[in-house]
Design a protein around this ligand. Structure first.
Ligand SMILES: [Zn+2]
Length: 406
């Protein structure tokens, strides 16, 4: 465990894919590949990009880090060995691990502590603005897509990439790395580049890395000759789809042996009401209404069978951006049935028996995403209250006025 922050970061360890620090001031980019050990595309892509960077004499502004995620699982080519490294980044869990509760740590808990220490060191050693990007792949066929926690800084930065964007995954997943980073206020994007082993998944992550380096200002667009090629490749892979979507349903599985997805679905495929989606405990699971299927599970490890998503209309995005700027959302605790859940005033506790007039979409508009506690209560987390807007205010992409954030 790294207890005291190390003033110098040792980049010679196996964790590092690469690191470059430019002479000129600029952003800090932190890329992760292989947080899931069976998803190597991101690692391969980053290795490829760092090789290119080292062979060329670009002018760099700021710093870039390429980090490997779950080292022991990567060696075995498994999603994880003892615990999913992308489901244990909750504040309470991390604090518990750091306090060292006299027990042997699991493999992934050790990985978490090491990565956590590195993130701390980088945040202390480098200047912002910080960009965290985490590479994944899926077991099904898919268009490449971005997942973000729903903060406006994330929306704005991810909108620059010509791929679909999925909002609100934080409501459905416990403890992903990016939610932890986003809770601390930094821009953080997950990029799912394709199916685990397909060549295109590597190519898409390579293209994404180059675009991210340009969009963040680490490289100047004019300095790299293939910018248009990379942009065009992502656009084509994503079939010109750059819509925003919201997750409306997660199908949890407690017994993976009793669950089997019907063959042949791919993410973003539209299904009509009544379509059999999976078999669970010898019964068909049917689509209850017309829907868009997302991340159907075709592998032996995982906690979600599939998700359903819906396209977000432009007016919803624009209205929510407007409401958030008015800070209306920070006044909700005066309403009956709504109170602060912690002293930092970043979580709202909602009693659904009293605050019946609220619906989930209403809270979503204001930037709140909920986690259900029990039948009566749910807890709301507002990304806008913790977002470090000040850090990004001077970037070119923050300032451009576009429909979604005007
Ligand atoms: Zn993954």
């Amino acid at each position: 465990m790294i207890e005291a922050p190390n003033p110098k970061i040792d980049v010679k360890t196996k964790r590092f894919i690469g690191h470059i620090r430019g002479k000129h001031p600029g952003p800090t980019l932190i890329f992760f590949g292989g947080i899931h050990g069976n998803e190597k595309s991101g690692v391969t892509a980053l290795e490829n990009v760092f090789k290119e960077l080292e062979n060329n004499a670009f002018t760099y502004h700021g710093s870039i880090y390429g980090l490997k995620g779950n080292l022991p699982a990567l060696l075995k080519g498994k999603r994880f060995l003892e615990k999913d490294l992308n489901r244990i980044w909750t504040k309470s869990n991390i604090n518990g691990l750091k306090e060292g509760k006299n027990r042997d740590l699991l493999i992934e808990e050790k990985e978490l502590l090491e990565i956590h220490g590195l993130i701390q060191d980088i945040l202390e050693l480098e200047k912002g603005p910080f960009y965290f990007i985490d590479y994944h792949t899926t077991s099904s066929k898919t268009l490449p897509f971005i997942t973000i926690n729903d903060a406006l800084i994330n929306r704005r930065f991810s909108k620059l990439f010509p791929v679909p964007i999925i909002l609100g995954i934080e409501e459905y997943l416990e403890g992903p790395l990016l939610s932890y980073i986003n809770e601390r206020g930094y821009v953080s994007l997950g990029f799912e580049s394709g199916q685990h082993t397909e060549e295109m998944a590597i190519k898409n992550s390579i293209a994404f890395t180059w675009l991210a380096m340009v969009f963040s200002g680490f490289l100047h667009k004019g300095d790299i000759k293939d910018f248009q090629k990379y942009y065009g490749q992502l656009q084509k892979s994503a079939e010109n789809n750059s819509n925003f979507y919201e997750i409306v349903y997660r199908h949890p599985i407690d017994d993976i042996d009793g669950f089997k997805m019907m063959e042949g679905f791919r993410s973003f495929e539209e299904v009509i009401q009544g379509t059999p989606l999976a078999i669970e405990k010898d019964e068909f699971i049917l689509a209850e209404k017309d829907a868009i299927i997302f991340m159907p599970l075709y592998q032996e490890q995982g906690e979600e069978g599939f998700f359903l998503i819906r396209k977000l209309p432009i007016w919803v995005l624009a209205l929510s951006a407007f409401l958030r700027r008015t800070k209306f959302g920070s006044l909700l605790q005066v309403l009956p049935g709504v109170s602060w859940a912690n002293k930092e005033k970043e979580l709202l506790l909602v009693n659904t028996k009293i605050a019946q007039f609220f619906t989930k979409p209403f809270f979503h508009l204001l930037g709140y995403r909920n986690r259900v506690l029990d039948k009566t209560y749910f807890i709301m987390n507002n990304r806008e209250l913790t977002a470090r807007n000040e850090m990004y205010r001077k970037t070119w992409w923050y300032r451009i006025t576009i429909w979604m954030s005007s």
